[in-house]
Design a protein around this ligand. Sequence first.
Ligand code: 6PG
Length: 260
Amino acid sequence: MTTPQVVVHRDKELMAQATAARLITKIVDAQAARGTASVVLTGGRNGNGLLAALATAPARDAVDWHRLDLWWGDERYVPADDPERNHTQAREALLDSVPVDPARVHAMPASDGPYGADVDAAAAAYAAELARAAGPEDHGPVPRFDVLMLGVGPDTHVASLFPEHPATRETDRTVVGVHGAPKPPPTRISLTLPAIRAAREVWLLAAGEDKAGAVSIALGGAGGVQAPAAEAYGRSRTLWLLDRAAAAKLPSGMYPPASA
Ligand SMILES: O=C(O)[C@H](O)[C@@H](O)[C@H](O)[C@H](O)COP(=O)(O)O
């Protein structure tokens, strides 16, 4: 387990812009070191806000978009062209604006795809795709992602792992179907906490006063079943990227003063 680092930015716009710059640098460094990089995207307002900031970042094209593997931490199990899809929203925010290699954009299956209504089979297929992408150096059934990003829900959920939900308790599988999610739509696919923790770095994004309670609970020692964000940590780094509003309930002194 890695001790969470906390960085607080003035507001959600600056948090998105700063995190976009941080992600560019991380990808560039990974590509320089290993010739490739792998990043796990997240849905939601903060996740898509980051992608939109990345699309207009001055250093955007320092990234070799063709040598980047993109995965998702979760997906809504709806038809492929449904605007509710995280993949659809990521394409609109960024992916349609940069020269990614389509073969390296690993979207999760859609409900009108080969698995139909069987979300558990769809989840197993994504787990198999991750396992195929893992190499001997990854020491496990998922690639050692350079950065795995997670939005944080007001109930402390991350990906589609909700408090006290069976998917959150999963300890063996890397990807599961989620039934009856409290955040609509109810049927989803999600990486599990063990898969999340395979990442080199886990970055948790939370902006807005509606996240202050979740941030305080997750960083205040709660367990991962009650507060999934509390146990979403990376192998070498766990980074909470907040704005002042989301940090408002943290103990004073827990982090340096917010950026300008
Ligand atoms: O599929 C999803 O809905 C997301 O992956 C979900 O985990 C999201 O990141 C959080 O709910 C935070 O969403 P907001 O940033 O919109 O609050």
